[in-house]
Design a protein around this ligand. Structure first.
Ligand code: NAD
Ligand code: MG
Length: 391
């Protein structure tokens, strides 16, 4: 199988290459993309020898070409957004790992969908912003869509078969598990002063910074509820969140006869990645087997929507439809970025998202251009709020 890895230099990208490395006879890397971390991309290209490497700008491309020339590496270096879409749709590519974080991942992932590639979807923001458009393109392109997000991969595994976008028969509801993040047991009044270091220190998963902050606010689970809606065709009322601090059950499907099917494993992204790469077969992911005696106990509790308002805002956005999820996503991207830069406090994140949703009047969206318009407006409104907090 020939692969393009979008976002190869990130956390999911690196885990993907770790699985690929274990199966040199099965997988061949055709293209790798990174944005600014060219040292990492250089090393990955040295090992996997792809035909193409894509970076964010001309300067990085020049530098990487210079390094490749001195090491006799034949990889062609491209840069910019168009190049991302190109390597996502090359005729020789069979599967595309969509692991760019945020809105930047939407266009190249859509390009892979249109070209009918097998899409290994990590970039949840694509579905949150443009769910119906994305699912239409996948259906038209005719490729397989395999979820990488561990919860959705678990649901996919617990469903009778892939029913992309339409309600699977016999399913009553989906139970998305959530670790609760680093602040699950912290008193609401103590959340005011949390630092970036505390927010990105996830108790069970090692991930990129943006998704780690999203896990701390529980916006990540909110985005995942919306993602599950589009992937599996269930309404908001049939998608529940269950706090499960051990992160061993990755999600569950409840059927009308009262059965609940769960997928369990160690919290390591190489499991869903290996599953999606090999589906419908199975391959070694490099992850050790789960030791149930060490786990010993599985705990569950209901989510606290008051302490984690981002989760409530995401449900509201899903129920309201139209542009609301795109606004939620854009405002959250601005807020998380500002928090990571030390410009705002942790509790400002949900305030910025809520205020942006209130300030921008709801509208319908049916084209990609409209999604990008909404994204730009929400970025502007949320950025202005950040500015007002600074002054
Ligand atoms: P990360 O920050 O570690 O990596 C992000 C990747 O995107 C990098 O390769 C970076 O170069 C690239 N990128 C960033 N901005 C870009 C831009 N403007 N143009 C082109 N490339 C750009 O992120 P991650 O944790 O690997 O997450 C990637 C995606 O997978 C996110 O959408 C996240 O929600 C999703 N996801 C991640 C995990 C996880 O365990 N890390 C789990 C589930 C879902
Ligand atoms: Mg997840």
């Amino acid at each position: 199988m020939k692969l393009t890895v979008l976002g190869a230099t990130g956390s999911v990208g690196a885990s993907t290459l770790d699985v690929v490395r274990r199966h040199p006879d099965r997988y061949q890397v055709v293209a790798l993309t990174g944005n600014t971390r060219i040292d990492v991309l250089e090393q990955q290209c040295r090992e996997h020898r792809p035909q193409y490497a894509v970076v964010g700008d001309a300067g990085s491309a020049l530098e990487l070409r210079r390094r490749f020339a001195s090491q006799q590496i034949a990889t062609e270096v491209l840069y910019g957004r168009e190049a991302l879409a190109t390597v996502a749709s090359l005729p020789e590519v069979d599967a595309v790992m969509a692991a760019i974080v945020g809105v930047a991942g939407l266009a190249p992932t859509l390009s892979a969908a249109r070209a009918g590639k097998r899409i290994l979807l990590a970039n949840k923001e694509a579905l949150v912003m443009a769910g119906p458009i994305f699912m239409d393109e996948v259906a038209r392109g005719g490729g397989d869509l395999l979820p990488i997000d561990s919860e959705h991969n678990a649901v996919f595994q617990a469903l009778p078969r892939c029913c992309a976008g339409s309600k699977p028969p016999g399913v009553r509801r989906i139970l998305l598990t959530a670790s609760g993040g680093p602040f699950l047991t912290r008193a609401a009044c103590d959340l005011e002063a949390v630092t970036v270091e505390q927010a990105v220190a996830h108790p069970n998963w090692s991930m990129g910074k943006k998704i780690s902050v999203d896990s701390a606010t529980m916006m990540n689970k909110g985005l995942e509820v919306i993602e599950a809606h589009w992937l599996f065709g269930l309404p908001a009322d049939a998608i529940d969140v269950v706090i499960h601090p051990q992160s061993v059950i990755h999600s569950m499907v409840e059927y009308v006869d009262g059965s609940i099917l769960a997928q369990l494993g160690n919290p390591d992204m190489r499991i869903p990645i290996a599953h999606a790469l090999a589906w419908p077969e199975r391959i070694d992911s490099g992850v050790p087997a789960l030791d149930l005696f060490k786990v010993a106990q599985l705990d569950f509790q209901a989510p606290d929507f008051h302490r984690f308002p981002c989760l409530a805002l995401a449900y509201q956005a899903l129920r309201a439809g139209g542009d609301r999820a795109a606004v939620l996503n854009a405002a959250n991207e601005v807020a998380v970025d500002a928090f990571l830069q030390g410009k705002i406090r942790f509790l400002h994140i949900s305030q910025i998202v809520e205020s942006t949703l209130t300030k921008l009047e709801a509208r319908s969206v049916s084209t990609l251009d409209e999604v990008f318009e909404v994204d730009a407006s929400a970025h502007a409104v949320a950025s202005a709020y950040v500015g007002s907090l600074l002054s």
